[in-house]
Design a protein around this ligand. Structure first.
Ligand SMILES: [Zn+2]
Length: 209
């Protein structure tokens, strides 16, 4: 066993176990990221190697590839990037945590996944409009009781509204009053993310090796 293999095997052996199943993209152990919340239905784990996030349990690589293909087709995908600056800032308030989502992709996780069907990422492209919206909603989530309230009001995605009527009224008001300030903050945050190749939404094109 060479030195590199020895070094790589240490975290696997140290971290693997029932609470830390292997990442379906790269095989490294998954670690807890977010606690169980009503709107997600299960705790969220993440891979500290490729960045893939998983809500609940994973059935493995095939399931993850199917989830990826539903974001495009077998030659392209548009991912909401879990390695984005917006996600780092938002944490549990990240707008990518949509009810019903199972896999939370990163460019590196996609690269590792599609390598298993002999594909490579040929091109990656930051999607400015969708990224600003994503970051804007993430910032608003930090001040509302519910989650993704503003985008749901615009009809663009399902929300997890607050439980109490008075909380929902405050959320509606906050989303209106803070819409423009959040947009003003979202611009530099997203530009910075894009500059460091950590934009919020990324288009990927694949090709066979
Ligand atoms: Zn991984």
């Amino acid at each position: 066993m060479d030195e590199l293999t020895t070094r790589r095997s240490v975290p696997l052996e140290a971290g693997a176990g029932p609470d830390n199943p292997p990442c379906p993209a790269c095989g490294e152990p998954l670690f807890g990221w977010l606690a169980d919340e009503d709107r997600l239905g299960a705790p969220v784990r993440r891979c500290e190697s490729c960045g893939l996030g998983i809500v609940g349990e994973s059935a493995g690589t095939e399931e993850a590839l199917h989830a990826l293909d539903r974001l495009g087709d077998q030659e392209r995908a548009r991912i909401v990037n879990r390695a984005s600056l917006a996600c780092s800032i938002g944490g549990a308030g990240w707008a990518g945590l949509v009810p019903g989502v199972h896999y939370l992709f990163t460019v590196e996780a996609v690269r590792r996944l599609i390598a298993q069907r002999d594909q490579v990422v040929r091109r990656r492209r930051w999607v400015p409009g969708a990224s600003f919206v994503q970051t804007w909603q993430t910032l608003l989530n930090s001040v509302t009781f519910g989650h993704n309230v503003a985008l749901a009001a615009l009809g663009s995605r399902p929300a997890a509204p607050a439980h109490e009527p008075w909380q929902r009224r405050i959320d509606a008001l906050a989303s209106v009053v803070l819409a423009i300030p959040a947009a003003i903050v979202a611009v530099p945050v997203e530009l910075l993310g894009a500059l460091f190749r950590n934009g919020a939404v990324v288009d990927l094109r694949f090709e066979l090796l």
